[in-house]
Design a protein around this ligand. Structure first.
Ligand code: 5GP
Ligand code: ZN
Length: 112
């Protein structure tokens, strides 16, 4: 998607601290981490928001929790714990309109 910063990262047009990549997902560190571990798990196919997830979108996102689990293991936080967050829309504070999962960990997180 033209002008989408995460599509540009997927295309290698913008650098990112990439930790993992397969044919469907890319994982990199958030540029402005809110926690000691703050990763973004991003499907390579562009979907702007959870609001846009149809059957095809479900296919695109299939397996994303498995990637999250493996990243938590890689970062050594499986046992200490982690939080997975998806923001959708203005009130949730979504700023990048390309669906992504935040993986937050490395310190105690305030209860929701
Ligand atoms: P959202 O609020 O849309 O769920 O979160 C977007 C996240 O992407 C923010 O935490 C922000 O710091 C991060 N982000 C925005 N632009 C970039 C970038 O160019 N590179 C990386 N690594 N993270 C970004
Ligand atoms: Zn995109």
């Amino acid at each position: 998607m033209k002008g989408c910063i995460f599509c540009q990262i997927v295309a290698g047009e913008i650098p990112a601290a990439k930790l993992y990549e397969d044919d469907r997902f890319i994982v990199f560190r958030d540029i402005n981490p809110l926690y000691r571990v703050h990763l973004l798990i991003v499907p390579k196919r562009h979907i702007s928001s959870v609001n846009e997830v149809d059957d095809a979108g479900n296919e695109v996102l299939h397996g994303i929790f498995g990637v999250a689990r493996r990243m938590a293991e890689k970062e050594g936080v499986s046992e200490s714990g982690y939080r997975l967050v998806v923001n959708a829309g203005k009130d949730a504070g979504q700023v990048v309109m390309h669906v992504h999962l935040h993986l937050l960990a490395g310190e105690p997180l305030r209860p929701l």
